[in-house]
Design a binder for this molecule. Structure first.
Ligand code: FE
Length: 187
């Protein structure tokens, strides 16, 4: 199996994430990356001190220490209002998700049914909290994004729920991207 494949092939029983009550699910269909070496996580070259300077304390706690923001945070309320655009990594800026795959799961965290750019998202087993979950991290900087759950019955094309911390993301509206492209095309 190629080590560059972005997601882990996992099977196991997944428990509910805090605040999101759900049945246990067997998780067998994700593609895989079982070897999280520096060749697969292209660690953005920053020291811990530099991350602390760049990120807000809450971003540092979530992205660099695998924390979880509280449910129904102000960022989640913002997320629900955001329109067409792209969600990039709050740490390194690489494209992760887009408004096309966004949906409201009502669980209190930003939800997507697929990444916008799968090669930039890596999933791996997470044995914290006494259960087996699938953690999602940024492939470029290794920042913790959240978790992904399968088979919850959402009427989406994948029935996956990427449950992502709002502070791990930065929203780039489509109009901002269009303006940037226009500026860069001008002499
Ligand atoms: Fe990143």
């Amino acid at each position: 199996m190629k080590t560059t494949m972005p997601l882990l092939l996992l099977s196991g029983v997944l428990a509910a994430v805090a605040g999101c009550q759900q049945a246990e699910n067997t998780f067998t269909t994700m593609s895989t990356n079982t070897n999280l070496t520096p060749s697969t996580v292209q660690m953005t070259a920053r020291t811990d001190e530099e991350w602390r300077k760049q990120l807000t304390p809450e971003q540092y706690r979530v992205l660099r220490q695998a924390g979880t923001e509280r449910a129904f945070s102000p960022g989640y309320e913002e997320f629900k209002k955001q329109g067409v655009g792209t969600y990039v990594c709050g740490g390194c800026g690489v494209e992760l998700f887009s408004s096309k795959e966004k949906f409201d799961s009502h669980c209190g965290w930003p939800s997507f049914y697929d990444p916008a750019n799968a090669k930039n998202v890596i999933a791996r087993e997470d044995h914290s909290l006494g259960s087996v979950r699938t953690e999602v991290i940024c492939a470029q900087c290794g920042g913790h994004l959240g978790h992904v759950f399968k088979g919850e019955g959402f009427k989406t094309p994948t029935d996956l729920r990427y449950c992502i911390n709002g502070v791990s993301l930065k929203f780039v509206p489509a109009e901002a991207t269009a303006t940037e492209k226009l500026k860069s095309s001008q002499p």
